[in-house]
Structure formats: C-alpha cells, structure tokens
Design a protein around this ligand. Structure first.
Ligand code: FAD
Length: 458
C-alpha cells in the first residue's frame, strides 16, 4: 500500500526523513494542504504566500523528475488527509513534526484516526532534547547553546531515497488557482532579490555563502554589506535543513563559521522556547507587561499615525525607514536593522511589540512563529531572557556604528544625495522637503519610555 507524505514547512527531498520512511514502506504520495482554517490568526501572511508558491512549484518540478506528483488540497488538513487515506488505500501518513500549536493539535487529531508516523527533521535537535542538569528545559540562550553544541551533530544528512510513484494519482488542485502571488498590483517584484524559492536554489545559496562564511562574524552586522547567508526563508520553509547547513560548515572551521553556527543554534533555541510556551508569540511572558501603558493605535489617533509611519518607512529616522522600506520591497530585512526597527516601534513609539510582530508576520518571506515571536520579545524585554526594556537603542548612533550610509541611500532615495556625515541624521537644513521630520526626538522618546517602564517595574 502507498504512504502519504504530508508536507508543511519541509519542502525538500534531501535530508527529509518523512520521505525516507514512506519510501521504505511503499509507493509515495506527496501532499501539501493549504489550511487557513486551523491556523486562525496565524494563517500565512502575504509575503509567505508568495514564497510558498515558488517553493511548491520547485517541489513539483523535482518530484516530477522522480515520476511523482505533488497533490494539492485546500481546507482542513485533517479532513483532507483522512479522505486521501480512504481514496488511495494508503497504509498511513509520514510527516516531519511541527511545533506550532495549531500543527501540534492537528497531529494529535490525525494520530487518533490514522497511522501517523512523525519524524524529527527541521531542527538540529528535537526541541526538548537538551535539558539542564536538573532535567528542566533551558530558558536562556547561552547555556542552551552550550549544551546543544556539545551534542552536535546528532546525525549526518540523509540522501534522497528511491521514490516509487503510485499507479493512480488522487485529484489535486492546480497551484495557479490558489492565487498565492499578487497580480495587480504586483507588490512583490522586489522579492526575487531576496532569493529564489526551492531546494535547488537553497543549496546554491548555501554554496555561495560558504565562500563568504569566514567573513561572517565581521560582515553580518553591516546593513550595507551582503554579509549574511540569506538562508532564512529557505530554512523556514524547510527547503534546506539545519543539519545540512551544519554539515557543510564543518568543512569551514574559521571564526566566522563559528559565529554562524551560533545563529543556527538561535533558531533551535527559539523553537525550544515555543516548545515550552506554545503561545509565546501572542503574549508578553513577563506579567508586568500586561499592565504596560502602551499607546494603543486602535484607540489613539496619534499612535495609529505613528504605527502607519513606521510600517511605511516614514518615521524620520533614516535607518528605521530604510529597514521598513527594504522589508516592504524585498520581504526581508537585515538582522541588525530588524533589531533597530523593532526597538524603535516598542520604545520610541511606545507601541506594543505584538503590533510589530504582526506586521512582520505579514511582510516577511521568512516569517516564523518561533523566530519572530522570540526575537520581538527579546527586543521588548518582556520575554524569558534578559530584561532589555530599559536599554533604549539609539537608532542614529547604531546607524553610524554599523556603517549604514549606503544602505540608507539605497532604500530612502530622498536622502541619496547626502554625504556619509549627514545621511544618518540629516540636520533640518539638509533634510529634503520630501523626507518627513522625526515623529519624536530621541531624548524625549527615551524619557517617555523609561517613565512608562517605571509604572510597571517591580
Ligand atoms: P544569517 O545571519 O545568515 O543567519 C543564519 C540563520 O540563522 C538564519 O537564516 C536564521 O535561520 C538563523 N538566525 C539568525 N539569527 C537568528 C535569530 N536572532 N533568531 C533565530 N534565528 C536566527 N528570523 C526568521 O527566520 N524569521 C522571522 O520571522 C524573524 N523575525 C525576526 C524579528 C525580529 C524583531 C528580529 C530582531 C529578528 C528576527 N529574525 C527572524 C532573526 C533574523 O533577523 C533573521 O533570521 C535573519 O536576519 C535572516 O537573514 P539571514 O538568513 O541572512 O541570517
């Protein structure tokens, strides 16, 4: 009897244990279900849909090379999978385990009604594997990273198994009918610069990065340089596995690749937090933040205007605006600038981090429940780790320190004519009329944020 392989954020053939397990048991029916119902508020954002379209197209192509089709269905995933088991006479379903709460629920329901075999494959180690000496999960990154790294690698990457097609394929939707990509207006034309969806492109991106990995430690913090790997959407969608990346880096023992491994471990760390606190991206972890006097855009027009200015990249802070415009144009933003822009929304504009998290969820091609939620709470200081709220980042000095002049000139064309000295914080006389004034001065914002913080502290 055939086996169904249920695909979600694991859109690859190599190092894909669900395919290996299914192929060892019979002919394989790969299935992707677009389930907007179960995820509720967490249904895929616009940018994610764009990437998903390309990734499914690429997977269809590579499966065709093995004589296989990709079966597409839309709606409740459990209902569809149970129906597919009936229709095809499959003995059951293989899938890589996912830790988002809606996926965990779906897996539970499915396991009660069908032979569901779940496999680990999207993280360096299964979340929950490493624990403290007392056997409890880690909350803080550094000890987690130390304990995890000691165990790595847990295994070598798996090769693509021999895949046998079924004789009769079940009905499938047409990918084009899902309309995952925008047409008029096509706001995603700039997304191609971020990367090409799919496993082949992910491998090529890794190869390209390995040549630069030695410089990563130095270059990754500079928004004007192309110093990071740009693997985030590929890793998010599972077009490449962290085990594959780790394995490739083993050839590169330079300090840059050490730093890089630390970032890949951050990804496991974020998942380790979600594993302990599944609703972490929805609520501040520290209780005091429930009382925080956020300025609420739903009730306060000035706050609403500030939020909009932030989203559109019109805050009057060049580095923040460059980042937010890059995000809109490319579906991706440089990590250092993500931190600056997030900090600006939370502390300068005093708007709840969840507003920013939601915007990123909709606009990032790498929008990830764990990575996004954990990083937003890290910046706001409301999370499990250090309380960073009183450390107010100064966007303008960050911009200078990390040499963001070219980055700003590219993304904020109104400022393209300004010199390195002026572009980070143009004086009124140099500020073009088309570029907005600062929504709020740094000093005033800093004082307001600290005063707000004092009301809930302790
Ligand atoms: P590289 O520097 O090349 O890093 C390699 C890989 O390590 C990344 O692809 C990513 O998988 C992982 N990684 C790196 N930094 C982090 C981190 N801080 N936390 C977790 N994993 C990390 N990353 C996402 O993948 N999805 C998100 O939704 C997301 N939201 C973020 C929101 C905020 C406010 C901040 C500050 C960071 C966020 N990040 C998110 C983390 C980070 O910014 C991106 O992973 C990184 O910029 C992606 O570019 P890269 O692949 O070139 O990164």
């Amino acid at each position: 009897a055939p086996r169904i392989v249920w695909l979600r954020r694991d859109l690859r053939l190599a190092d894909q244990p669900a395919f290996c397990s299914a192929a060892a048991q019979g002919p394989v029916i790969p299935v992707y279900i677009l389930d907007d119902e179960r995820a509720g508020d967490r249904k895929l954002g616009g940018a994610s849909r764009w990437w998903l379209h390309g990734s499914l197209e690429a997977l269809e192509r590579s499966l065709a090379g093995h004589g296989l089709r990709l079966i597409l269905r839309r709606g409740d995933c459990v209902r569809h999978l149970l129906a597919l088991v009936q229709e095809t006479g499959a003995s059951g379903i293989d899938a890589i385990r996912h830790y988002e709460p809606w996926w965990r629920e779906a897996e539970q329901e499915l396991a009660d009604q069908a032979d569901l075999q779940l496999h680990e494959g999207n993280y360096l180690a299964p979340p929950g594997l490493v624990t403290t000496g007392a056997g409890t999960p880690f909350k803080i990154y550094t000890p987690f990273a130390r304990a995890l790294t000691r165990l790595l690698p847990l295994r070598d990457p798996l090769t693509v198994p021999e895949l046998t097609p079924v004789e009769a394929w079940p009905a499938s939707d047409d990918l084009a009918d899902w309309e995952l990509r925008p047409t008029a207006p096509d706001w995603a034309t700039g997304f191609h610069e971020t990367g090409t969806p799919g496993e082949t492109a992910a491998q090529a991106q890794l190869e390209d990065f390995l040549d630069r990995a030695e410089d990563y430690g130095e270059e990754r913090n500079k928004p004007s340089a192309d110093g990071s790997s740009r693997l985030s959407p590929h890793l998010h969608w599972g077009e490449i596995s962290p085990t594959q990346v780790w394995h490739a880096l083993e050839q590169h023992h330079g300090t840059g690749s050490e730093t890089y491994r630390g970032e890949i471990v951050w990804r496991d760390y974020a998942q380790n937090v979600i594993h302990q606190f599944p609703r972490y991206p929805e609520e501040s972890y520290r209780e005091a933040f429930a009382r925080f006097p956020w300025r609420n855009p739903d009730r306060d027009d000035a706050a609403a205007a500030d939020l909009k200015a932030w989203q559109r990249g019109r805050t009057g802070y060049p580095i923040v605006d460059a980042g937010m415009r890059q995000l809109w144009a490319m579906g991706w933003m440089h990590n250092r600038v993500r931190m600056i822009a997030a900090s600006f929304l939370i502390k300068h504009l005093l708007i709840d981090w969840r507003q920013g998290e939601h915007w990123f969820w909709d606009t990032l091609v790498d929008a990830d429940y764990a990575n996004n939620g954990v990083n937003w709470q890290w910046v706001s200081g409301s999370g499990v780790d250090s309380n960073m709220f009183p450390r107010i980042m100064a966007p303008l000095s960050q911009s200078e320190k990390f040499g963001a002049a070219d980055y700003i000139r590219r993304w904020v064309p109104e400022l393209a004519g300004l010199s390195d000295a002026d572009v980070h914080d143009p004086a009124d006389a140099k500020r073009p009329a088309s570029y907005p004034a600062k929504r709020i001065g740094h000093k005033e914002a800093r004082e307001r944020a600290l005063a707000a913080y004092r009301t809930v502290k302790g």
